[in-house]
Every structure is written in structure tokens, then in C-alpha cells.
Design a protein around this ligand. Structure first.
Ligand SMILES: Cc1cc2nc3c(=O)[nH]c(=O)nc-3n(C[C@H](O)[C@H](O)[C@H](O)COP(=O)(O)OP(=O)(O)OC[C@H]3O[C@@H](n4cnc5c(N)ncnc54)[C@H](O)[C@@H]3O)c2cc1C
Length: 502
């Protein structure tokens, strides 16, 4: 019989982590994905002998005992992946100079104080507050402290967290340092979170910051696919199954409870619990055939702001990147130093003006490709509205944008155009097609103050036995955010199903 304890719709990081944790706890899990690869955004692809990582640039907290490490350890995955510590979290070009941002927070503080001597006291106060946030997060993540103690002590023990949950990143920084130049310099990594500091929730900037500067920034050997494959391995080793090229057409609802799924090919699978890694809009809409119980919920969702997408140019070189002077792992090529203006440029499709990120995979993981085959990506924030849906107009626009990006790259690294052996442009339409995420959003709902923390979409739904996981839900987007959502939901499901089984 086609029955599983838990069925997961979507093999993105949220769905796979939820599945891996439940599998490690002894549940029989089946995961279904429409794509021919597991991972959602977290995949690799091969072209002309080159291996490209579709998404991963960096992630924090993978050192022994750190936040992300602990989740993956508890899900049985840590021993199947190899984190590679990056030399720097990121580098950036700023007004003609290059900066390498140190992993070490003290070294970073010293760098900032040298650059902004007149703001020294404010910067020191900002760093002191960041360290308080770090202590508060340690309290909340300490597995040795019972949940009730954390809940009771939350307000007294976590004042920075409480305050910053109500502030944008710019507001949190502005409490200590007034200089706009400092604010832009310090938040240059904002595209990683999808919104400029004036809109981005302070917590969604600073919590990853703790990972980068107090714990370390990592790439994963073998790329995003190696990570997704490790999650699948744990599921399968524990008797679960991954069904690829299997789009889920319907989540079966009996009364007010989810009880299984039907695939596009017409096969039915029953389950005690259904977890959806598809977007909330897709899950609570077409997948439950617009059930009246979900309509109010969906109406509320319709008022949410969707986060941006990305355009990424995948480049295969006929030489090692170092031959062209590309020596950084990850570098932001900043032309526009005002982030709000840059965000507007990017979302309005000003490809000749918007800032670019350049990632050098040969440096992050020398084993991913042969030494003489350089692999780079150029990344920028984008909006799906800038792209025709399909056909000739879409193809032509892809060519135009590719040409613009290459010309800009040539101005930074003369000679690069001659060494290009392979090019592929991923647009917001590509992101949407491979994941079914509305507008090709890469971090789910925009990570604004009103859509973050406890205000972010809950993983619980109006239906018993139906959960949401992934970037759209609490706690948020990115590899770590999506994995966290899956892990936390697995814990809740275990409590519910374990309890029901007596
Ligand atoms: C170019 C790029 C670079 C990035 N860089 C980084 C980075 O360096 N660090 C970082 O932390 N994050 C990065 N991210 C963001 C990160 O990849 C995502 O936030 C995260 O992977 C989202 O995971 P998710 O769990 O929400 O699932 P998603 O990746 O959104 O996957 C959802 C899955 O559900 C499947 N699905 C949907 N509907 C159905 C259905 N009906 N039936 C079957 N399957 C279905 C889809 O096929 C897909 O596989 C990047 C993203 C991109 C695109």
C-alpha cells in the first residue's frame, strides 16, 4: 500500500531537512519533487564538462557545535558533508578600493574604526550590542535549557532581540552611528537578504552576521547539490523514498485534516502528516483545490509582500580565474554606494547600473572543477516583471543582459571575454520554473519588519496534519533559514505523531 508516516511535497532545503530529521527519528518518509534533481534552488548542473553550483555562495554556523551544525548533526547529515571555511565572509570594491571583510569580529571592528575614526565610539557601542544579541541567541539555542525556562525568561534575558525585532537594519545601526556612509559600508552584503537596510528587518541582517563573524562562513564541498544529496541519503538510509519528476497535483483533505497527496500522474499516497515545501500560495491554493477553509488564510497571504528574485550569469572559463586577476572567493562590485538606489536600479532592471556580486568557485572548492576550467557566477537582485514570459522576446533579452554583464565584467577583469567557454543566464523566470516559487522569489516573503520573526508566516496551517516549511515560513530564507524551518517543524510533528501513537 502507498502509505507513509509523512509525505513531503517539494525537495527544497526546508522539505529535505524536515524529512531527514523525521527519518532520523524513525519515521517512514516520502518526498516528491517535480524537478529531476533534489534541492530546489540548492542544486548543481553540468554543461560542457563544467559543474555549476546553482545557488550556494556561503553559509554560516557550520563549525563544530555551532547553530547550523547542530541542526544538521541532529538530522544525521553532518557526517555526510564537508564544510569548507572561507578565507573571508566576502570582499567588496568600494570607491576604487578593495576590502576583505575579516571573519574575526575584533579584526572587523578594527577595520571599521580605521575607516571611520570619527564614529569610533558609536561603532564600539554597535558591536557591544551585537555581542549582547549573540549571548541572547546562545540562551535561546541552548539545548540544555528547557523551553518553559526560555519562554519565562525571554523578555528579561533577550532585550536586544525584542528591540531589534521592531527595527529595520538601518534603524538598529542608526541608534549608535549616524553616518550614512558607515551604514552603507557596513551593510554592503544586503543583497544576500534581498532588501536594502532601510527595509530589511534588523534581525535578518544581524543573526546571519553573528554566523559570519563570530562563527565563520563556509562553502560546502561539492556544492549545493552535495548538501541536498546528503539530506536525501539520510532519508533513504532510514527507509524513506525520494520521488523525482513527480509533481504533486493535490493534497488530499478529509474533513479538516490532510491525509495524503495525489500526483500529477494520478497516483495516491496516504500519510499521517503532509509537509509542504511549496510556497504557501501554491499549497493553500491549487494544491488543496481552493478549499473554503483556506480562503481567509489565502486572502491574508495575498496582502504579503513577496521578496525579490535573482538573475545569475553562470560562466565557464578556459583558464583558472587567477590568470585573469580574479583572486577573491566572493566579491561585491559596488558602483552605487547608496543601497536603496541600488535596490531600485536592480528591481527596475537597470542591468548596466545595478551592483554585481562575483563568485569564484575554483577558490571556494578547488575540487569542484578542473584547475584549468574556471567557474564563476555573476549575481544581481532582479524582479520577474523585467522579463518577458517566454519566446523570442525572452531569448533576446537574455542575450542583451548577458552582453551587458560581460562588458561590465571586462572592465573589472580585462581579457575575461576572450576566455569564456560557456555561458548560461538564469533569470527570475528560470527560478520560478524550477521551484514554482511565485515571482521566482528566492527568500520567500520579503524579510521586512512586519514579515519577520513571529510575524512571518507560521508553519502551522488551518488544516490538521498539514505543515509548511521553507523560506516563506518562520524563521526565513537562505540555506540556514529554510533548514531551520524544516528542523523545527519536524520536532513539532514528532511531538504530535509520537503523542498520538502513545
Ligand atoms: C542564485 C541563488 C543564490 C543563492 N545564494 C545563497 C547563499 O549563498 N546562501 C544562502 O543561505 N542562500 C542562498 N540562496 C537562497 C536559498 O537557496 C533559498 O532561500 C533556499 O534554498 C530555499 O529553500 P526552500 O526550502 O524554501 O525550497 P525551494 O528551493 O524553494 O524549493 C521548493 C521545492 O518545492 C518543489 N515543488 C514546488 N511545488 C511542487 C509540487 N506541486 N510538486 C512537487 N514539487 C514541488 C520545487 O520543485 C522545489 O524543488 C540563493 C538562491 C539563489 C537562487
Amino acid at each position: 500500500m502507498n502509505h507513509y508516516d509523512v509525505v513531503v511535497v517539494g525537495a527544497g532545503i526546508g522539505g529535505l531537512t524536515c524529512g531527514a530529521r523525521l527519518s532520523a527519528l524513525g519515521y517512514k518518509v516520502a518526498v516528491f519533487d517535480q524537478h529531476y534533481l533534489p534541492g530546489g534552488y540548492a542544486t548543481n548542473f553540468q554543461r560542457k564538462g563544467y559543474t555549476f553550483d546553482a545557488a550556494l555562495h556561503g553559509v554560516g554556523g557550520l563549525g563544530q557545535g555551532q547553530g547550523f551544525y547542530q541542526i544538521l548533526q541532529a538530522s544525521g547529515v553532518m557526517r555526510h558533508i564537508q564544510p569548507l571555511l572561507k578565507e573571508y565572509p566576502y570582499s567588496f570594491r568600494w570607491k576604487g578600493e578593495k576590502f576583505d571583510v575579516p571573519q574575526d569580529a575584533d579584526a572587523y571592528l578594527a577595520q571599521l574604526e580605521r575607516r571611520f575614526p570619527e564614529e569610533k565610539d558609536g561603532i564600539a557601542r554597535l558591536f557591544a550590542e551585537i555581542r549582547r544579541l549573540s549571548a541572547e541567541m546562545k540562551f535561546l539555542n541552548d539545548p540544555g535549557i528547557p523551553g518553559w525556562k526560555k519562554a519565562l525568561g525571554f523578555l528579561a534575558k533577550c532585550p536586544t532581540l525584542v528591540q531589534w525585532s521592531k527595527l529595520t537594519t538601518a534603524q538598529a545601526i542608526g541608534r549608535h552611528v549616524k553616518s550614512a556612509e558607515f551604514m552603507n559600508f557596513f551593510t554592503v552584503l544586503w543583497p544576500y537578504y534581498g532588501l536594502p537596510p532601510q527595509q530589511l528587518s534588523a534581525l535578518y541582517f544581524f543573526i546571519p552576521w553573528l554566523g559570519y563573524h563570530l562563527e565563520g562562513t563556509y562553502y560546502i564541498q561539492g556544492g549545493a547539490q552535495a548538501f541536498s544529496d546528503a539530506l536525501v541519503y539520510v532519508i533513504e538510509q532510514n527507509g524513506g523514498k525520494l520521488h523525482l519528476r513527480q509533481e504533486v497535483a493535490e493534497i488530499l483533505i478529509h474533513g479538516k485534516k490532510a491525509c495524503g497527496i495525489r500526483t500529477q500522474k494520478g497516483q495516491e499516497f496516504t500519510a499521517d502528516w503532509v509537509v509542504s515545501n511549496a510556497s504557501p500560495e501554491h499549497t493553500l491554493g491549487p494544491l488543496i483545490h481552493h478549499h473554503p477553509r483556506a480562503e481567509k488564510y489565502r486572502k491574508r497571504l495575498g496582502q504579503h509582500e513577496i521578496g525579490p528574485s535573482l538573475t545569475q550569469l553562470y560562466i565557464g572559463l578556459s583558464c583558472h580565474p587567477e590568470e585573469l586577476g580574479i583572486v577573491d572567493e566572493d566579491i561585491l562590485l559596488v558602483e552605487e554606494t547608496d543601497h536603496q538606489t541600488d535596490y531600485d536600479n536592480a528591481t527596475q532592471g537597470k542591468y548596466a547600473a545595478a551592483n554585481l556580486g562575483l563568485t569564484n568557485y575554483n577558490k571556494m572548492d578547488p575540487a569542484l572543477n578542473r584547475h584549468d576550467r574556471g567557474v564563476l557566477t555573476v549575481t544581481m537582485i532582479d524582479d520577474i516583471a523585467n522579463w518577458p514570459e517566454r519566446g523570442e522576446a525572452y531569448t533576446q533579452k537574455k542575450q542583451e543582459v548577458t552582453a551587458i554583464l560581460l562588458q561590465r565584467l571586462e572592465s573589472y577583469y580585462p581579457g575575461i571575454k576572450k576566455r569564456i567557454a560557456m555561458l548560461e543566464l538564469g533569470t527570475p523566470r528560470t527560478m520560478e520554473r524550477y521551484t514554482k516559487n511565485p515571482r521566482g522569489a528566492v527568500y520567500g516573503f520579503a524579510q521586512t519588519v512586519n514579515q519577520s520573526g513571529i510575524k512571518r508566516t507560521a508553519r502551522k496551517t488551518p488544516f490538521a496534519g498539514l505543515s509548511l516549511v521553507g523560506a516563506w515560513t518562520q524563521p526565513g530564507g537562505g540555506f540556514q533559514g529554510a533548514a531551520n524551518s524544516g528542523f523545527l517543524e519536524a520536532q513539532r510533528i514528532h511531538k504530535m505523531l509520537g503523542k498520538n501513537r502513545g
